[in-house]
Design a protein around this ligand. Structure first.
Ligand code: UT7
Length: 325
């Protein structure tokens, strides 16, 4: 008996042109390249131009993913955009992207789980595809965090960047074994008790302003490694797959120290970890598909490889997705 799996047909990404280095930030605020690199691994980030919005970044990533997959936009019947920085309060930014792609059938909606957004969106799309209700999905992570940063606050503004990444998923029949291609398992968690550790101090209903990102970095750091490894152990338990079987860990890119400590705890060798935090900073929901596309484009990720996504962020939310490329 076969099972339906969500197979990745292709991926694409887009970064705004403007690169802001640590040195440029150090010329404006009380920080240094040395501090940022040592504490986070970040060397630069891309920042969207004036008038360049999340929908523009997301559309370019979606077009790149469709081209990479070799499929026509008209074959897409589901679009899920993970973002915490939508163009407007409503309508959903995904609907703008849908229009940009010239699609007016099927369904498009936004999903908000901050830095875990892409993992949540992949798991959601997988459920739609496996249910049989939809056949081919675009899953996008796109963010313009530069718009919600307090550029006077050195404890947060040096950490984030803008960008977008996307994958095309298709429902296909597979034998029903761990050697199947596609998403093998996903595990999502959230716990609202941690809200005050990472949040935006504005919002439609509360302040009628956009607000700025606020974070107790040390507190977030304290929880990150445990939460990340917990949901990865859940993936291992559900499938019988072990850390030794993993070809590539593609983690959310918040801090190199968190990524290194998580990989070390899981006993995943550093050379199996895809790192882009140095070039992109933390791009929230866009960070995993951006890293994924890097490793696919340079030939590191190959057909048949076992890939593990993990993320943790505001809420707190956290999750893992295990898939075979
Ligand atoms: O994606 C969502 C999840 N988010 C995360 O995973 C972020 C998790 N947290 C972190 O990555 C780290 O906690 C940070 C990178 C945010 C901070 O690193 P840390 O090692 O925890 O540093 P800290 O907050 O304890 O600050 C150490 C010192 C402080 O000075 P004092 O109080 O020791 O004198 C800060 O004021 O570093 C100071 N500092 C800075 N110095 C230069 C804080 N930010 C900066 C800065 N430049 N940009």
């Amino acid at each position: 008996m076969t099972v339906t799996r969500s197979i990745v047909l292709g991926c694409g990404s887009y970064l705004p042109e403007r690169i802001v280095t640590n040195a440029e930030l150090a010329s404006r605020i009380d920080t240094s390249d040395e501090w940022i690199v040592q504490r986070t691994g970040i060397r630069q980030r891309h920042i969207a131009a004036e008038g360049e919005n999340t929908s523009h970044l997301g559309l370019k990533a979606a077009q790149a993913a469709l081209a990479n997959a070799g499929v026509d936009a008209q074959s897409i019947d589901l679009i899920i955009l993970a973002t915490s920085t939508p163009d407007n309060t409503f309508p959903a930014t995904s609907v703008d992207i849908q229009r940009g792609l010239g699609i007016n059938h099927g369904v498009a909606f936004d999903l908000q789980a901050v830095c875990s957004g892409f993992v949540f969106a992949m798991a959601t799309a997988d459920n739609f595809l496996r249910s049989g209700s939809h056949k081919r999905a675009l899953v996008i992570g796109a963010e313009t965090f530069s718009r919600i940063l307090d550029w006077e606050d050195r404890t947060t503004c040096v950490l984030f960047g803008d960008g977008a990444g996307a994958v095309v998923l298709e429902a296909q029949q597979q034998p029903g074994a761990t050697s199947d291609r596609g998403i093998l398992t996903s595990h999502l968690r959230s716990d609202g008790r941690h809200k005050a550790k990472l949040y935006v101090d504005g919002g439609v209903s509360s302040t009628q302003t956009v607000g700025h990102l606020r974070m107790e970095g040390k507190e977030v750091f304290k929880h990150a490694v445990g939460m990340i490894t917990d949901v990865i152990y859940d993936a291992f338990k559900a499938t019988g797959i072990t850390a030794d079987d993993i070809d590539w860990l593609v983690p959310h890119q918040a801090n190199k120290r968190i990524i290194d400590a998580s990989a070390q705890k899981l006993r995943i060798a550093p050379q199996k970890v895809v790192l882009t935090v140095d070039k992109h900073g933390n791009t929230s929901a866009a960070s995993i598909p951006l890293a994924l596309c890097d490793a696919v484009a340079d030939g590191r990720i190959k057909k048949g490889n076992l890939i593990l996504f993990e993320a943790m962020g505001g809420g707190f939310t956290w999750g893992s997705v295990l898939l075979r490329w």
